[in-house]
Design a protein around this ligand. Structure first.
Ligand SMILES: [Zn+2]
Length: 314
């Protein structure tokens, strides 16, 4: 009898401990959410389906190419997304500097990478202040699927739940965009991440080989729209999907401060998104603060971009 009473007491004690641990978890999360200013008021770990994001970046995709490539999916996107065909990337309009400005929400003068070679950052504690670091630090699951290896530097070690890089020497012999999309969709099903970054790269390779706005380039942009459709069809009910590019291009290159190189598209698709054209100036640096608000994590002061969430949510 005494033994039974003691085990009952133990079970009661364990139950109280469990209850206090779980309520602790909630109280530590709620204040951080209310500070984030997104106004959604949702508990961070709650799987409500609306606060997860997939970011698709199509390397070198000009907005006018999306319209001229002959793929009618652009009309669907315009009908169903909040979008702008006139967002701006940073100067120099190159892939690695643009990605660092996107994920750290600061211009190249601050992150120090102005070429496609990663330059160790000048600000010492910057590692804590990128989107991947911010999300993983808040207990979120993050994934990245890409085919250009220097992009590994957009996320500090320990900030990714999963990452897959596939590189082929001959982008025309193997359609790496199809493979990356397959891997990404499989990973998203398996891991159910809060944030996934998918990089589509052969558009840029085609621009460098044949020239921007050539038939070959427009064909690749049309194929990229097919990949975007696949991703939205598979995940659009559960995720807010963002589509953008790192830069444009003209002739067989990019990197200049011209409208052709600097103008990028930006689309937001999802059940919480109000469709229509976004007015005002939009920068590639606005993506990270917007993602932070959608997922509901606190934004550090170092981010220079502005959140678009208040303008694009229903
Ligand atoms: Zn390029």
């Amino acid at each position: 009898m005494k033994k039974q009473f003691r085990s009952l007491l133990c079970a009661l004690f364990a139950a109280i401990m469990l209850l206090s641990i779980s309520s602790c978890g909630k109280t530590t999360e709620t204040p951080e959410n209310s500070e984030s200013g997104s106004g959604s008021g949702k508990i961070a770990m709650e799987d409500n389906g609306g606060n997860k994001v997939i970011l698709i970046l199509v390397d070198g995709m000009r907005p006018d190419a999306m319209e001229q490539c002959g793929n009618s999916y652009i009309d669907e996107l315009k009908k169903n997304c909040a979008y702008t065909m006139n967002a701006k990337t940073i100067y120099p309009s190159k892939t690695l500097p643009a990605h660092l400005s996107l994920f750290y929400s600061i211009p190249p003068e601050k992150h120090g990478t102005t070429k496609n070679e990663f330059t160790p950052r000048e600000i010492k504690d910057l590692d804590d202040h990128g989107l991947f670091e911010r999300l993983s630090g808040s207990g979120k699951k993050t994934c990245m699927y890409y085919s250009w290896e220097p992009l590994r530097d957009v996320a500090a070690p320990e900030s990714l739940t999963a990452s897959e890089m596939l590189r082929y020497q001959d982008f025309e012999a193997f359609d790496e965009d199809i493979l990356i999309t397959e891997r990404a969709l499989r990973g998203i099903e398996e891991i159910n991440p809060d944030f996934a970054f998918i990089y589509i790269g052969s558009t840029d390779s085609t621009g460098h080989k044949y020239g921007w706005m050539t038939g070959q380039y427009l064909e690749r942009v049309s194929a990229a729209l097919d990949r975007i459709k696949e991703i939205i069809d598979a995940t659009g009910e559960r995720y807010t999907v963002i589509i953008t590019a790192d830069h444009g291009g003209s002739s067989k290159n990019h990197g200049n401060n011209t409208p052709e190189d600097m103008t990028i598209p930006m689309f937001f698709y999802g059940k919480d998104i109000k469709a229509g054209e976004i007015s005002g100036e939009v920068s590639i640096m606005d993506i990270t603060p917007t993602v932070a608000d959608i997922i509901d994590v606190k934004k550090p002061k170092s981010w220079e971009g502005k959140s678009l969430w208040a303008d694009i949510k229903k």
